[in-house]
Design a protein around this ligand. Structure first.
Ligand SMILES: [Zn+2]
Ligand SMILES: [Zn+2]
Length: 234
């Protein structure tokens, strides 16, 4: 437990200009690639069609679920001393749990840059999928939905920490499209092991009901002997 009387709350370092420039380029590249893939799909045989809607919703759900898996993994296993992932993934989440308000001071470019890099790489690889068949079009539709939902994951998370988010975000939160402040606050309340999905928040209720993450933790511990949250002081 952080001893606030003696230790200052941890904060994330502000990235340098080069890191921020790379992050901005990644975000722009991801948005442009999304646009290019939508245009490719629209110009492919049959164009945009009704059967893409369930695939689109599935892509959004899978993106939300994957955000939960990644977040749970970063909260639960490993150490900040791990190469690359320790600094870029585990530390931000762990600082965030001890000092949630630090997240609100992060520039939107720093908030979204790393996810932008991953999404750009996935969308670049998506050019390998030909669009001259139904399966190719279905696959690309799913990937576009997955990527478009994943890209603003950290932004959605940051909005959920704001008491006064932008009006359109507040509306989306009220309608249940994005997770609300109250919904995400449950993750930051004892026992700190629920509502890991942060891309939309749609999967959280069902996953809590079936105790998905606590079962998964027990399974990983049985398999590897690793102790959940061994490296973290909340
Ligand atoms: Zn967390
Ligand atoms: Zn949070």
């Amino acid at each position: 437990m952080q001893d606030a009387a003696h230790d200052p709350l941890p904060v994330l370092e502000t990235p340098g200009l080069v890191t921020r420039a790379v992050a901005l380029c990644s975000i722009i590249a991801a948005v442009l690639l999304l646009g290019v893939h939508v245009a490719r799909l629209a110009q492919s045989h049959g164009g945009v069609s009704w059967w893409m809607l369930p695939l689109w919703l599935t892509g959004m759900l899978v993106a939300d679920f994957l955000s939960g898996i990644v977040h749970w993994g970063a909260d639960t296993w490993g150490s900040e001393a791990m190469p690359v992932l320790g600094k870029r993934l585990l530390r931000p989440f762990r600082v965030h749990h001890i000092n949630p308000d630090d997240f609100l001071t992060r520039h939107w470019i720093d908030t979204n840059g790393d996810v932008g890099t991953i999404v750009s790489a996935v969308l670049a690889a998506t050019f390998l999928i030909p669009l001259d068949s139904f399966s190719g079009q279905a696959c690309v539709t799913f990937i576009i939905a997955l990527a478009a939902t994943t890209l603003p994951t950290n932004q959605v998370h940051q909005w959920a920490h704001m008491t006064s988010p932008p009006a359109f975000v507040h509306a989306l939160q009220r309608w249940g499209v994005l997770m609300s402040h109250a919904h995400h606050a449950e993750h930051h309340a004892p026992p700190y092991v629920s509502n890991y999905c942060i891309a939309l928040g749609w999967c959280n209720r069902a996953l809590v009901r079936v105790q998905f993450f606590s079962r998964l933790e027990r399974f990983v511990t049985r398999l590897t002997g690793a102790v959940p949250r061994a490296d973290e002081a909340r």
